[in-house]
Design a protein around this ligand. Structure first.
Ligand SMILES: *[C@@H]1O[C@H](CO)[C@@H](O)[C@H](O)[C@H]1NC(C)=O
Ligand SMILES: *[C@@H]1O[C@H](CO)[C@@H](O)[C@H](O)[C@H]1NC(C)=O
Ligand SMILES: *[C@@H]1O[C@H](CO)[C@@H](O)[C@H](O)[C@H]1NC(C)=O
Ligand SMILES: *[C@@H]1O[C@H](CO)[C@@H](O)[C@H](O)[C@H]1NC(C)=O
Length: 549
């Protein structure tokens, strides 16, 4: 069950032939303003065009920001034959989105004149969670064929009551005796848990070695292809580009609830200010350049530019913008957030990031393997812990801002010569690091081997799932970015983890550090440490290391 390139191409060809042809003439689409509002790209998005259903568009799950409460669909049936429909809206958690509403009847016939209807999906504002929304539409075509269309949306809801959210990034202060006592107890609990997990893991490793010896797990060759890279272009109408206007800047009051369009507008600069100089990374469609831009003070700044090739599809462009905007307006020395955007008509967007001689961490680690003299070089434990601590600080900040990373990995970090690390977004990573992502039957290309068990199985994400990925990242740091679980088929991962298997202790990795990783991979999310606990633990370890050096 692996996606070989050919199987993928054949699937795509089948999909391209679309389905169902009948005598009516039905269109169902999102209008330009709607696509612009949701995805930041001025284009129409057709789900059905002249009776042809685009599975490709239907499969695309649109991520909604907390502020988007209404969705608009436009449809018309110009064929003259009646097309009865029935409509139902379902959300994965009715406590978070208590009421969904639509301003047309839930059963009826598709109108013969163009009609826009609205689906309301407001959050309750009481719970913070990501909710899956599915809008199911049954259409009965004249040949009595019923087609069920499922539109998927994912929405992040915020808890509006949280005003004084706990500061998770302040370290405990050793001020009074009672807090020292409290901290002592915490440390003891952490230490005991680490010990228990350490013993368990060692036992499991022993078990695993035994089962490998008895030939239980056959090494498999993992050839992977990015799904996105192979998506057909122009499945969404790309001819109807609107014009992109520069709008007045917004103030920075409630940044997180701004919709994508507002975020993009705020960062937009004119294209003539940007200059590409050399290409740093290149994927099937993704491109990362080094370049420069003339800022508002007419000074030249060096930047990294993420963009896509001209043949990239509308969806690839939308994803680039959506993912590139994830770290919008964050300000922390260990986070590399987007600086500017440049969108011009009929060209692909440029996403600009500050460049401070920083390189991709995964590539940096892999190059560490062979130093200039051609000898094997490993980072010292002290250097690894120093880097890990910076990533922890970035993650504490993200979580404090109520943001989950969901794709924390070496490929989504950058590092400079002084080993200053910054966490960044995952825009283009699927394309630039195709072997780190896998599709498990659905069309979602996910970082399977970095995902916590609950994210892998139930697609649920929380702070604890970022902790899991951090454990894998720590493993990457100590192995100089080897591929995790190289011998395990992505389809087997869930079962493998459920059976209690985990990554093995890397050669040269001190027990203390491995214990921390193992602790991050606890089966149940509650048993995993928080970034605050990890910070205390690793800081302590770092102090010890520097003492002896
Ligand atoms: C859409 O998803 C279905 C099921 O998840 C899959 O079989 C199909 O290949 C996907 N098609 C496209 C174009 O992504
Ligand atoms: C659509 O049809 C399927 C089966 O044909 C049925 O299970 C489902 O309830 C229908 N949905 C609506 C919204 O009527
Ligand atoms: C609604 O969605 C939930 C989870 O996504 C699912 O368990 C349930 O069966 C769905 N209900 C209907 C009526 O489709
Ligand atoms: C539904 O509501 C939207 C927004 O208020 C409006 O633009 C649209 O025309 C309405 N559609 C119908 C069928 O009433």
């Amino acid at each position: 069950m692996k996606f070989s390139r050919w199987a993928l191409i054949i699937t795509l060809v089948n999909v391209l032939l679309y389905v169902e042809k009948c005598s009516a003439s039905l269109n169902l689409y999102l209008r330009t303003q709607e696509v612009q509002r949701l995805l930041g790209v001025p284009a129409e998005m057709y789900y059905i065009r002249d009776d042809l259903i685009s599975l490709h568009a239907l499969n695309f799950t649109i991520q909604l920001t907390p502020k988007i409460n209404d969705l608009y669909f436009t449809w018309e049936n110009t064929g003259g034959t009646k097309i009865p429909y029935s409509l139902e809206i379902n959300t994965s958690n009715s406590a978070v989105i208590p009421k969904t509403d639509v301003n047309i009847s839930t059963t009826g016939s598709v109108p013969s004149v163009t009609q826009t209807f609205m689906v309301a999906v407001a959050c309750s504002g009481l719970v913070e969670e990501e909710v899956q929304i599915s809008i199911n539409l049954n259409l009965t075509f004249p040949n009595d064929n019923t087609n069920t269309l499922k539109f998927s949306r994912r929405k992040t809801c915020l808890d509006e009551n949280i005003k004084n959210y706990v500061e998770i990034n302040t370290l405990p202060q050793f001020t009074n005796p009672s807090s020292i006592f409290f901290i002592a107890i915490c440390c003891a609990v952490i230490l005991i848990s680490i010990l228990v997990i350490f013993i368990t893991i060692n036992f499991l490793r022993y078990k695993k070695i035994r089962s490998t010896e008895s030939g239980a797990s056959e090494p498999t060759n993992t050839t992977t292809t990015t799904f996105l890279a192979a998506l057909p272009r122009n499945s969404v109408n790309a001819s109807s580009y609107g014009s992109f206007r520069r709008m007045p800047s917004y103030s920075l009051i409630d940044d997180r609830s701004k919709d994508l369009q507002e975020r993009i507008t705020e960062l937009t600069i004119q294209r003539f200010r940007v200059r590409l100089s050399s290409i740093i990374l290149e994927g099937t469609f993704g491109r990362v350049y080094q370049g420069s831009y003339i800022n508002e003070e007419e000074k030249e700044e060096t930047v990294i530019i993420k963009t896509v090739a001209d043949h990239a599809s509308q969806i690839q462009i939308s994803l680039l913008l959506q993912e590139g905007m994830a770290m919008y307006s964050l300000n922390h020395k260990n986070i590399l957030s987007i600086l500017r955007v440049s969108i011009e008509d009929h060209t692909t967007p440029y996403l600009l990031y500050p460049f401070d001689n920083n390189k991709n961490l995964k590539i940096f680690l892999q190059k560490c393997k062979v130093s200039s003299e051609g000898v094997h070089h490993t980072l010292t434990t002290q250097e690894v812990v120093h880097m890990a601590l910076q990533i922890i600080k970035a993650m504490q900040y993200l979580h404090k801002k109520h943001l989950l990373h969901k794709d924390l990995a070496a490929r989504n970090c950058v590092v400079d010569e002084k080993l200053n690390v910054q966490v960044t977004d995952n825009a283009l990573s699927r394309d630039l690091f195709p072997s780190d992502y896998h599709c498990l039957g659905d069309n979602e290309n996910r970082p399977v081997k970095w995902l916590a068990l609950e994210s892998l199985v139930h697609k649920s994400f929380a702070c604890a799932s970022d902790i899991w990925s951090f454990g894998v990242l720590l493993w990457e740091l100590t192995t100089l970015a080897q591929q995790p679980y190289i011998e395990i088929d992505p389809f087997e991962m869930a079962a493998y983890l459920k059976d209690g298997y985990r990554l093995a202790q890397p050669i040269n990795c001190p027990d203390e550090l491995f214990a921390v990783m193992a602790y991050c991979w606890a089966m149940s999310a509650e048993e995993r440490p928080t970034f605050t606990q990890l910070h205390v633990c690793l800081q302590e370890f770092y102090t010890q290391l520097t003492k002896y050096v």
